[in-house]
Design a protein around this ligand. Sequence first.
Ligand code: UDP
Ligand code: MN
Length: 245
Amino acid sequence: DLPVIYTITPTYARPVQKAELTRLSQTLMHISNLHWIVIEDSPKPTPLVENLLARTNLNYTHLIAQTPSNYRRKGSPRGVEQRNAALRWLRKNKTMNDKGVVYFADDDNSYSVQVFDEMRFTKEVSVWPVGLVGGLMVEKPILDPITGKVAGWNAAWRPDRPFPIDMAGFAISLSQILKKSTAYFSYTCYGGWQESHILQQLTTKDHLEPKADNCTQILVWHTRTEAPKLSEENKLAARGIHSNV
Ligand code: UDP
Ligand code: MN
């Protein structure tokens, strides 16, 4: 049996949410043995996400975890509450008999179906390049030409990070998530340091498994969606007219 890919996606309500989740869900529908864990940043499950999930043919788990109000301000790390809720769910519901890999897939990135093939047989933690992040076209591990292991990174933004790598650039075996049962994301480190924070609890640099043709292929991009201009919509709303979407 193929190991299951537990794909963890935090999401929150905004005008582009349905478009983002439609795009991501239809990518995920191409992947076999995948379990989508969607965590809404909301006090209760919303019909939008509920209906969208029900219309996919995916195995999924729908959770809620609202970001505390004091961490909702600009500059706070995003997705902490939601990813931690998914980690708690995995530790509560899965055992060492379940074979799988855990991937943090934000709702706005762009994913090649190939990246899922690369991560599936991760033993501990696997890594690969991520496009359009850290002020670069690609942020990627640099491999030692002799050993083929990760020697360092090409990161330009805060290269002093212990693991200067984006959330989309690594996957963790389910067994490692279960073994290191106290590893969580934290509000005490800012955006860009979350990856280092969780990876330091789970692995060391010399254990990393380079994927995507020795980290030469870009199979995922840290794209960000522009907020649409809705000035006309807002005028209608002021007159009590609300578009049914
Ligand atoms: N997110 C969330 N609540 C928020 C902001 C973001 O749940 O208040 C989710 C978002 O949907 C995404 C992830 O957290 O899946 C990372 O957020 P974002 O893509 O905005 O971060 P960035 O692109 O800046 O890394
Ligand atoms: Mn994003």
